[in-house]
Structures are given as structure tokens and as C-alpha cells.
Design a protein around this ligand. Structure first.
Ligand code: NAD
Ligand code: DAO
Ligand code: ZN
Length: 369
């Protein structure tokens, strides 16, 4: 079949909309019609060329939602008509990592997904006979995409697909970082570095877990209004201070925070987030994805004196067994996704979504097919 897709031909070049050939689902695979996709900073990062795993040409996009159109042989858990969210971290109940109960990092298709191909080692996308690679196992910047069955989460049909794309990455990542990874207790003090969609979801998660104080940190003060509307008790701009931001935060909080989160992808901020934690018990969670070859550093004494450094992917959420429940929480009104969605646009204008995110003018642009 044919599909209209935004192709990333090479790093640093705007996407181009082309009609691609798409092979139907093979055994254990699912064809999904993407209804909406949204743009996450990770797509921008990969297109920039800084992603060590970035491969071109490919169809980017990992934050989307859609409807199952067709299933391959052996698929039992979804059927045509089901509403689904593509998962860049699959969930295979037979995976040793999943069976450990300790992680959401399913490894079943890790190697092929990392090479931009389906589990049989080939791509379903091609252009004039030449393969175009998949991205993060999802490639949601295409009207139709093919995914392994273990890479789709079936969600309630009550959830509007005009907005549900943000449940494909930003919301579960930020909320999950707070609730699954850091597991913050009621009354905790929290700081979040980076007030994009992921940082905003950290704020929402912190509010839901009963944090007593939530400090948003960003160099773009235009983000502060929304952060406060979502529940940040204060916002600070590191540019307003001469001292390092960790010193400012430690002073503001009389010794440091119980929990901090880095949602930018900047290794210096990761250090600042760790060093903003309270001696003896503060815990910092790295969410942001740093550029190829970058390293984090701190004085080991920071850890010796009780601070903890950890990281999270997709907020530790197991996509098939836990994401549908988060969608239900949204449907029950426990939280809203509306604040994340600052722009809507059609697929032909997808490069505008990149421009807006890079300029700090959007939280999430939802792209409609
Ligand atoms: P975004 O671009 O929307 O937001 C980033 C924010 O950081 C912006 O508000 C920007 O002004 C701010 N910022 C930039 N430099 C800063 C600095 N020096 N100090 C303070 N603030 C600064 O990005 P997003 O989509 O919210 O993603 C955030 C990060 O999380 C990215 O690195 C992305 O790749 C990563 N991410 C990780 C996961 C995961 O599973 N671990 C999932 C999704 C996204
Ligand atoms: O299992 O080794 C692994 C990696 C799984 C993918 C983790 C990706 C999470 C971070 C990338 C940001 C996603 C938008
Ligand atoms: Zn993402």
C-alpha cells in the first residue's frame, strides 16, 4: 500500500512529505492508521544529528495514536478497529527483563529496533524501491505504520485520538518519573529542570503525589505561567542569578530538595539537579537525553553523603499493561492533557512543529493526518 510520510533524509535537513510504499503486517505485526502524532524533543534531537543511534533515511515520530487497520498472522491481543498507542519501549511478557518485575526496558526487539528495522531484519517502508528505516520502532510521522504486536498498547475508545498522542511519550514519561521511578511521598519538595512537556508532566505527577513544594527551573520565562497553572509553587530562571543554580536552590529550600528531575538533556544541569538535592536523602532522576559522547560528572562525595542519582525511560511505565490505565486516569479526570497541546497543525506543516519547539514557542504541537 501507499502511505504519506514525513521523511528525514539526513541529519539537519527539514522533513519532506513523500508517498512511500508500505508493506503490510507480517506475522506478529500490526498495521496502524495514525490519527495524530505530536512532536517530542527527542525527534528534534535525532534530526539534529546528535543522537548516537540516529539512522537515516528514516520516518521519525514516536508520540502518536491511531487505529488498528489490519493484523498479521498470530496476532491475538488487538484487532482492526482497536484504538492504540505505539510504544517505543515494547512489552513482551516473555522477556526476561519484563519478567524481573524490576524494569520496563523490554529487550525482545531491542537489537532490530535499534537498527531501524522490524524484528525480521527488514523495513516495511520504501521509496522507489529503496528501504526507508523505521524510528524507535514507531515511525508515527506516517499516515500508516507497521508495528510489532508487542509495541502497541490498546486504549479506551473514550479517549479522543485528537489529543491522545501526548500519552505516547511526554505524559507517561514525566508522570512516571515521579510516580514509578522516584516514587515521591506526599509532602516532598521537588524541583524540575526544564519546563517542556516532559517537565510539565513531572509537575502534574508531583501534584498528584501530594508534593508540598514544586520549583520549576527554566531559562525561558515564557514557560512559567503554564508551570504555575499546573501546580509549580515557584519558578526560577538560572539567568537571574550569579551563583550556580544548585546553590540558589539549596539556599531557597534550607538544605536542598527531596527530589529533583532533569528534563532538558544538558549534562551540566544534570549535575546541578543532583547537587540541588538534600544531603542524606535527596534523589535526582535524569529524564533528558544528552548528546552523543557527553558524560555526567559530580564529586563522588555528593553520593557518599547520601544523594542518589537515577534515570528513567518512558517513566518506567510498562506500555501494554500500565499505559491503558493511565489513559483511564485521564478519562476519569484525574489529570488533563489539554495544557500540553499548544498547537494543532496538519501533516504537511510538520516542519513548523520543529521550528516552534526549537524556538521554545510550543509545548506540544499535535499533527493531524
Ligand atoms: P522541550 O524542548 O519541550 O523542553 C525543554 C525545556 O528545557 C525548554 O523549556 C527549555 O527552555 C529548557 N531548557 C533548555 N536549556 C535549559 C537550561 N540550560 N536550563 C534550564 N532549562 C533549559 O523538551 P521535552 O520534549 O519536554 O523533552 C525534554 C527532554 O526529555 C529531552 O532531552 C528529551 O529528549 C527527553 N525525553 C526523555 C524521555 C525518556 O524516556 N527519558 C522521554 C521523552 C523525552
Ligand atoms: O533498552 O536499551 C534499551 C533502550 C530502550 C529505549 C529507551 C529510550 C528512552 C529514552 C529516549 C527518549 C524517548 C523519547
Ligand atoms: Zn518523546
Amino acid at each position: 500500500m501507499k502511505t504519506r510520510a514525513a521523511i528525514a533524509w539526513e541529519a539537519g535537513r527539514p522533513l519532506e512529505i513523500e508517498e512511500l510504499d508500505l508493506e503490510g503486517p507480517k506475522d506478529g505485526e500490526v498495521l496502524v492508521r495514525i490519527v495524530t502524532t505530536s512532536l517530542c524533543h527527542t525527534d528534534v534531537f535525532t534530526l539534529s544529528g546528535q543522537d548516537p543511534e540516529g539512522l537515516f533515511p528514516c520516518v521519525l515520530g514516536h508520540e502518536g495514536c491511531g487505529i488498528v487497520e489490519e493484523v498479521g498472522r498470530g496476532v491475538t491481543s488487538v484487532q482492526p478497529g482497536d484504538h492504540v498507542i505505539p510504544l517505543y519501549i515494547p512489552e513482551d511478557p516473555n522477556c526476561r527483563y519484563i519478567q524481573s518485575g524490576k524494569t520496563n526496558l523490554c529487550q525482545t526487539i531491542r537489537e532490530t529496533q535499534g537498527r531501524g528495522v522490524m524484528p525480521d531484519g527488514t523495513s516495511r517502508f520504501s521509496y522507489k524501491g529503496k528501504p526507508i528505516l523505521h524510528y524507535m520502532g514507531t515511525s508515527t510521522f506516517s499516515e500508516y505504520t507497521v508495528l510489532p504486536e508487542i509495541s502497541v498498547a490498546k486504549i479506551s475508545k473514550d479517549a479522543p485520538l485528537s489529543k491522545a498522542s501526548v500519552m505516547g511519550c511526554a505524559v507517561p514519561t514525566g508522570m512516571g518519573a515521579v510516580r514509578n521511578t522516584a516514587k515521591i511521598e506526599p509532602g516532598s519538595t521537588v524541583a524540575v529542570f526544564g519546563l517542556g512537556a516532559v517537565g510539565m508532566a513531572v509537575i502534574q505527577g508531583a501534584v498528584m503525589n501530594g508534593a508540598s513544594r514544586i520549583i520549576g527551573v527554566d531559562i525561558n520565562p515564557e514557560k512559567f505561567l503554564l508551570a504555575k497553572a499546573l501546580g509549580a509553587t515557584e519558578c526560577v530562571n538560572p539567568k537571574d542569578f550569579e551563583q550556580p543554580i544548585q546553590e540558589v536552590l539549596v539556599e531557597m529550600t534550607g538544605g536542598g530538595l527531596d527530589y529533583t528531575f532533569e528534563a532538558v538533556g544538558n549534562v551540566d544541569l544534570m549535575r546541578a539537579a543532583l547537587e540541588s538535592c538534600h544531603k542524606g536523602w535527596g534523589e535526582s532522576t535524569v529524564i533528558g537525553v544528552a548528546g552523543a559522547g557527553q558524560e555526567i560528572a559530580t564529586r563522588p562525595f555528593q553520593l557518599v553523603t547520601g544523594r542518589v542519582w537515577r534515570g528513567t525511560a518512558f517513566g518506567g511505565v510498562k506500555g501494554r499493561s500500565e499505559l491503558p490505565g493511565m489513559v483511564d486516569e485521564w478519562m476519569r479526570g484525574d489529570f488533563s492533557v489539554d495544557p500540553y497541546i499548544t498547537h494543532h497543525m496538519n501533516h504537511d506543516n510538520i516542519n513548523t512543529a520543529f521550528d516552534l519547539l526549537k524556538a521554545g514557542k510550543s509545548i506540544r504541537s499535535v499533527i493531524h493526518f
